[in-house]
Design a protein around this ligand. Structure first.
Ligand code: HEM
Ligand SMILES: *[C@@H]1O[C@H](CO)[C@@H](O)[C@H](O)[C@H]1NC(C)=O
Ligand SMILES: *[C@@H]1O[C@H](CO)[C@@H](O)[C@H](O)[C@H]1NC(C)=O
Ligand SMILES: *[C@@H]1O[C@H](CO)[C@@H](O)[C@H](O)[C@H]1NC(C)=O
Length: 361
């Protein structure tokens, strides 16, 4: 009886699996199997950008590529006011869009990516989202996200100045409204997208300290951003705090005012807290929201699913558990969510740390 139950269960699993697995229909020149033959074009791009754009690591260029996916895509308004969304306009119309304050610092990323776009003859809108998805696979702990191709070249720059891309000195209402107008993002999805700030830092907020990270581990995508931003702020990492900067809890680390406010706002604080220490939740919710970001101005039915080109994710190292920075403790957490207590984490041993700057490329 038990044997038959197991056998039936196995058959059922196999059937479900068989039905939901897309049929592989094309073999690319390099032998890779893909669902759609058009996706084969992305393997040479992948093999080029991993070593030659990213140096095989989750460093400055990978971080910039991830930021660029956001700044290109968010230039869109569902209620009118223009923009083509994830269309590559930030590269093609760089002479307009890079004059917007919110895009400061992206000139380096655009200069780095442009030669690869020309060499591989792909559209800039597709390339930006592809490079972002690939950059994540170099960041241990990040999820493997999907990738769709088929974005036409942009027709016009996203309108400015400084209207469509959220700024770190914007209030939570403005940011949530903007994100809803651009991509119908819920407050929960906005929090999920901010997992990106786990592999990030600032070059332009305080230009005297370029590459100042937002959490203590900017080359892995863990949930420390959600823990460290919830700590009581006590210091600025540089001598001269910039516009949109709030006090952080760890030397060498910068906190954006917007991240600090979103962690403490009643519309978002419980979602923020639920990310702290929950790596799988962070991965799932970020991957879904990131895919939605790349769809702004498009729909899944107008694009081709080339997710099978994206390499496997890199797992977090074993020693990367969620923690409180050395010398701080649970009492330094500023509880904001009204319905549940912030989870408790072990304190790293040792003296107070100073987080090193992210090496600039
Ligand atoms: C929603 C509100 C957001 C605000 C206000 C914001 C603001 C900022 C600011 C001010 C910086 C520092 C720029 C600099 O001085 O170099 C930054 C960096 C970054 N942001 Fe955001 N951001 C937001 C959302 C996002 C989203 C949705 C993503 C990606 C999906 C993202 C990815 C990044 C990355 C990867 C960096 C680091 C870039 C680097 O280290 O070179 N951000 N963000
Ligand atoms: C930046 O914009 C200028 C003027 O539109 C254009 O000639 C140039 O090719 C663009 N740069 C890149 C990297 O696309
Ligand atoms: C948010 O900022 C806008 C202006 O940028 C302002 O009109 C609004 O009153 C602010 N809202 C809150 C809740 O502070
Ligand atoms: C992590 O989040 C998932 C939802 O994504 C939830 O089901 C699970 O209970 C959470 N784990 C912990 C330890 O809170």
């Amino acid at each position: 009886m038990a044997f038959f139950a197991v056998l039936l269960a196995a058959l059922a699993v196999q059937q479900v699996y068989g039905a939901s697995t897309p049929r592989r229909r094309a073999t690319c020149a390099g032998g890779q199997q893909v669902t759609n033959a058009e996706c084969c074009a992305w393997f040479p791009v992948l093999e080029d950008i991993v070593p030659n754009l990213f140096g095989g690591e989750c460093g400055d260029d990978a971080h910039g590529a991830l930021r660029l996916t956001f700044h290109d895509a968010i230039g869109f308004s569902r209620t009118g006011g223009g923009g083509g969304g994830a269309d590559g306009s930030i590269i093609v119309f760089n002479d307009t869009e890079l004059t917007y304050l919110a895009n400061a610092g992206l000139d380096d990323t655009i200069d780095a990516e442009a030669p690869f776009i020309a060499k591989h003859n792909v559209t800039p809108g597709d390339f930006i989202q592809f490079a972002g998805a690939v950059s994540l696979t170099l960041c241990p702990g990040a999820p493997r996200t999907g990738f769709f191709m088929g974005r036409a070249p942009p027709e016009a720059p996203a309108p400015g100045p400084d209207g469509l891309v959220p700024e770190p000195f914007d209030n939570v209402t403005n940011i949530l409204n903007r994100m809803f107008d651009a991509g119908a993002f819920s407050p929960e999805e906005v929090v999920a997208l901010l997992a990106s700030h786990s592999v990030a830092g600032a070059d332009t907020i305080d230009p005297t300290i370029p590459g100042t990270p937002f959490d203590s581990s900017p080359s892995i995508m863990d949930t420390q951003i959600f823990i460290e931003v919830q700590l009581k702020g006590t210091l600025f990492p540089g001598p001269d705090p910039g516009n949109g900067e709030a006090m952080s809890a760890v030397a060498g680390e910068m906190r954006l005012e917007s991240d600090g406010l979103i962690a403490r706002d009643e519309r978002t604080s419980c979602f923020w807290q639920e990310m702290a220490g929950n790596q799988s939740r962070m991965q799932e919710q970020f991957a879904a929201a990131f895919l939605k970001l790349g769809m702004i101005g498009h729909s899944e039915s107008s694009l081709i699913d080339c997710s099978d080109v994206i390499p496997d994710a890199t797992p977090l190292p074993d020693n990367a558990g969620p923690h409180l920075p050395p010398t701080l403790d649970q009492a330094d957490i500023q509880q904001a969510c009204a319905t549940a207590a912030f989870p408790t984490f072990p304190v790293l041993p040792g003296p107070a740390e100073t987080v090193p700057a992210i090496p600039q490329s």
